[in-house]
Design a binder for this molecule. Structure first.
Ligand code: MD3
Ligand code: FE
Length: 206
């Protein structure tokens, strides 16, 4: 479903087995070194979402190859790039899929209290689409406009296995996660909380 121009939501894109495989990979990536970290903002604020990156990591407000603790970021695996290409092909057609060359992924972990305020993702060098995959608890995803951090916005629910692709005019829309619904993930997955994996073209790799 096209939620806004260039913003495509595909509920249930990952089947149970694919979700389990992606979760197992996230658990391995979360382990040290260069595992799950808390991002501290320059004003001293701490993000409630914890994250781990592959390929490059995001530190306020740029992409770097080393974590805040000084450890090299884990590599961005080819299979995850291939999954991103499949997602973009699904959203915009086979040619767009073939042209898509992601170089990093950001995995966000939400415990029951974590939220992400409305923001734009504009630290990438270009404007290639962002691919988002959700695992575990359902959340409210807020998709705003490209002009202001205020209304109008649309609230949607993202569930385990859902794909979202943000390209075209939606690429620089404000967005955030005002809440998750604890305990709503698939019982068989065995994840307490929510994971979101975004696959991106930073354009800054080497
Ligand atoms: C719309 N993550 O990591 S994913 C982020 O669920 C981020 O963890 C949220 O926003 C999460 O930056 C939302 C959906 C998403 C990701 C990137 C976007 C929506 C986007 C980039 C442009 C527009
Ligand atoms: Fe974002």
């Amino acid at each position: 479903r096209e939620v806004a121009p260039g913003a495509l939501h595909v509920p249930g894109w990952l089947d149970d087995a694919e979700q389990a495989r992606l979760l197992a990979a996230c658990r391995a990536w979360a382990r040290p070194p260069a595992g799950l970290e808390t991002v501290v903002l320059p004003g001293g604020g701490v993000m409630s979402v914890r994250s781990v990156s592959l390929g490059l990591t995001w530190q306020p407000y740029h992409y770097v190859p080393v974590t805040a603790a000084g450890e090299p970021v884990k590599p961005f695996p080819d299979w995850l790039g291939a999954l991103g290409r499949r997602a973009v092909a699904e959203a915009y057609g086979p040619a767009a899929g073939e042209a898509y060359a992601p170089d990093m992924a950001l995995v966000n972990f939400y415990d029951d209290r974590a939220r992400m305020g409305l923001h734009q993702d504009r630290y990438e060098a270009g404007s290639e689409p962002v691919v988002s995959l959700s695992l575990g608890d359902t959340c409210v995803f807020r998709l705003g406009n490209t002009e202001t951090r205020t209304r109008p916005w649309t609230d949607l629910e993202l569930e385990s296995g859902d794909l979202f692709v943000f390209g075209g005019p939606s690429r620089f829309a404000y967005h955030g996660v005002p809440k998750t619904y604890p305990g709503t993930g698939p019982a068989g997955l065995g994840l307490k909380g929510r994971l979101n994996i975004t696959i991106r073209v930073s354009g800054l790799a080497r």
